[in-house]
Design a protein around this ligand. Structure first.
Ligand code: PRP
Ligand code: URA
Length: 209
């Protein structure tokens, strides 16, 4: 089983409190999602491979370390995953971006695919799938399934809030995928919304309700 990392960083917890607040408006919500994504990117990229390189400082020659191989590919799950891309790009500016469009059917809560566009070399890259919410786990499991069907093998998943049910479902569907979470919540309600959660992440990010 791959690892599950739940952040214990004080800045993450502080910003999550602001993000959850129903009085936080669209502009601040968007900024907080970006800041939280940057903080989570530190965790997600912690084990990226390095290689030694020769560097000449103003003082002398030395050996330092740089990232090895191709840069990562960030794959937001539309729509809400888009809010996490800029924060991650601040730390990994040369990352490629793929997009997977899914929405949850309001009756069945099952994911429905409507868009998929990935870099041609996606299967050769380490991939970070981003989506603020892991509720039933259906959307994340489907998105990762699409990537595996296209030959991707090194996949991580990063979200801001997870419900225990979604975490379990994702681990069962993709036991090889490391999962990074800013906050692990209590449960789901009858509409499959996360409790206490933050409401509808897409609507709060884009001001659609
Ligand atoms: C939200 C969220 C996830 C999904 C999580 O998207 O961004 O993609 O729900 O739920 P699940 O774990 O039960 O699948 P939504 O379907 O509301 O679409 P949106 O981002 O376009 O608003
Ligand atoms: N999608 C959201 O945006 N919020 C939830 O609580 C569950 C799914």
């Amino acid at each position: 089983m791959a690892k599950v990392v739940v952040s214990d960083h004080p800045l993450v917890q502080h910003k999550m409190a602001l993000l959850r607040d129903k009085n936080t408006g669209t502009k601040d919500f968007r900024a907080l999602v970006e800041e939280l994504s940057l903080l989570m990117a530190c965790e997600v990229t912690r084990d990226l491979p390095l290689e030694e390189v020769a560097v000449e400082t103003p003082i002398c020659k030395t050996v330092a370390k740089k990232l090895a191989g191709r840069s990562i590919c960030i794959v937001p799950v539309l729509r809400a995953g888009l809010g996490m891309v800029d924060g991650m790009l601040k730390l990994v500016p040369d990352a490629k971006i793929g997009h997977i469009g899914l929405y949850r059917d309001p009756q069945t809560h099952k994911p429905v695919e409507y868009y998929c566009k990935l870099p041609a070399d996606v299967h050769e890259r380490a991939i970070v799938v981003v989506d603020p919410m892991l509720a039933t786990g259906g959307s994340a499991a489907a998105a990762i399934g699409f990537l595996k069907a296209r030959g991707c093998t090194h996949i991580k998943f990063c979200c801001l809030i997870a419900a225990p049910q979604g975490l379990k479902a994702l681990q069962e569907a993709h036991p090889d995928v490391d999962i990074f979470i800013a906050a692990l919540d209590e449960t789901l309600d009858e509409r499959a919304y996360i409790v206490p959660g933050l409401g509808d992440a897409g609507d709060r990010l884009f001001g659609t309700k």
